[in-house]
Ligand binder design. Structure first.
Ligand code: JHZ
Length: 396
């Protein structure tokens, strides 16, 4: 049974950066009600009413995974590790974005799957890319009984696909006998601990726990056999999954992770009810900070036009009333307006000037990288605001 625990209100698609604020564009903006539910049977936490993926993963998809140094380095490192450990002949990535992970393998081994046509067009010049959604039909087109994948990798994508049964069935069909599926997605435990409710938006249909994922993959004759915590995206998990009959034994690390999730009561609805109360308090606190700063005539901007900040701004109704503009390094976000609240997005070169007093960390997950980059801003007295793990002005 699914039970609702969090209501984040009327939200736009987090990827729908507007090209202008013309009446015509604004009248077409799509909104839906974002609420989050807990499944008391398999412990899955999911958006209650997911949006049709056809409206989300279009040829206008804005996110470029290689925009941050942190992610480029992390993907290169895990690619090297997987290559050494499993010696794959064929590696497939589901949701290959701009190729930041899969480009680390030799071209002849690569199969990339990316439904956003603008991104698929970028990588198809470099290696084999299927511009399609991942499903059984595509799996049967790519693989046969004699040709299977030794590694299937998918970062920040499986959690975006509403139909998990078909997704994992298609993966089970595509994996070689001892092939390994490696997925990375935000960690539910981190979301609960950090109060990072902004991990919920239309694309994050699921925020997985190891407990829930192990239940879900079983239904497709797959087995979660290992898992590790990773630091990316404000606390994620890397999961290793194989065919039920594959040679891998379940690891002690996985046992500990499952035990800890039970200890933290991720299998209990009450945990989520309490989380929901903390989210409402976080909203109140953040609005209070913005109001105080505005009453002192401070100039506030936001740093990083993230999908996550779309949830925060639309939930807390933070727009041009508090924030002058958002800076972002991604070229195709610059010159546009944020979804729902319509705050202009400009380049950091233009935006991080001397008149800025405070910058809200929309990309709080890259705090370390950003603080290092913005030493000048901090040196002249500029301060960052965050809402994770609690709403506050950072002291340095
Ligand atoms: P970032 C996206 O979410 C969407 P977002 C997606 N659904 C998902 O799951 C996660 O990624 C993984 C900019 N930036 O990665 C670049 C700066 O401007 O936190 C990006 O636009 N300056 C696929 O959008 C944004 O911030 C910087 O110094 O929440 C970061 O977006 C840095 C480091 C980043 O993901």
């Amino acid at each position: 049974m699914r039970k609702k625990f969090l209501n984040l209100g009327r939200q736009p698609l987090a990827n729908s950066f507007l090209p202008s604020k013309s009446k015509k564009i604004l009248s077409k903006e799509f909104f839906y009600n974002l609420s989050v539910s807990f499944n008391t049977t398999n412990y899955l936490v999911s958006v209650t009413n997911p949006v049709n993926p056809k409206f989300q993963y279009t040829d206008k998809y804005a996110h470029r995974a290689s925009e941050s140094f942190t992610m480029r380095t992390a993907f290169a490192k895990i690619a090297k590790r997987l290559n050494k450990k499993y010696l794959p002949k064929i590696v497939m990535e589901i949701g290959s974005n701009d190729g930041v992970f899969i480009k680390n393998f030799p071209k002849r081994k690569i199969i990339a799957v990316e439904p956003c046509k603008n991104l698929a067009n970028l990588t198809k010049k470099k290696f084999k890319t299927f511009p399609n959604f991942w499903n059984k039909k595509l799996a049967k087109k790519i693989f046969s009984e004699s040709r299977k994948a030794d590694i299937i990798f998918s970062a920040n994508t499986i959690s975006h696909i509403p139909n998990l049964k078909e997704t994992f069935d298609a993966i089970e069909y595509s994996l070689s006998k001892n092939g390994v599926l490696v997925i990375e997605d935000p960690s539910l435990l981190s979301v609960i601990k950090n109060n990072s409710y902004d991990q919920f938006y239309d694309e994050h249909v699921y925020i997985f726990s190891a407990l829930a994922l192990s239940n879900v993959v079983k239904k497709s004759n797959l087995r979660l056999f290992n898992s590790e915590k990773i630091a990316t995206h404000g606390g994620s998990m890397r999961y290793y999954i194989c065919k039920d009959s594959a040679r891998f034994k379940n690891t002690q690390k996985l046992d500990l992770i499952l035990k800890n999730e039970k200890k933290m009561k991720l299998n209990n609805f009450l945990t989520y009810k309490k989380f929901s109360k903390r989210v409402i308090n976080s909203k109140k606190k953040l609005i209070k900070i913005f109001k105080i700063l505005k009453s002192k005539n401070k100039k506030i901007i936001s740093y990083g036009a993230t999908y996550k900040s779309s949830t925060v701004f639309n939930f807390c109704k933070i727009g041009n009333n508090f924030i002058d503009y958002v800076t972002d390094t991604t070229l195709n976000k610059q010159g546009k307006f944020t979804p729902g609240q319509h705050i202009p997005i400009i380049s950091p070169e233009e935006g991080m000037n001397k008149s800025v007093d405070f910058a809200f960390l929309g990309a709080w997950n890259f705090k370390k990288e950003i603080l290092k980059k913005e030493k000048e801003f901090i040196k002249r007295g500029g301060k960052f605001i965050t809402h994770v793990p609690s709403a506050k002005i950072l002291s340095k």
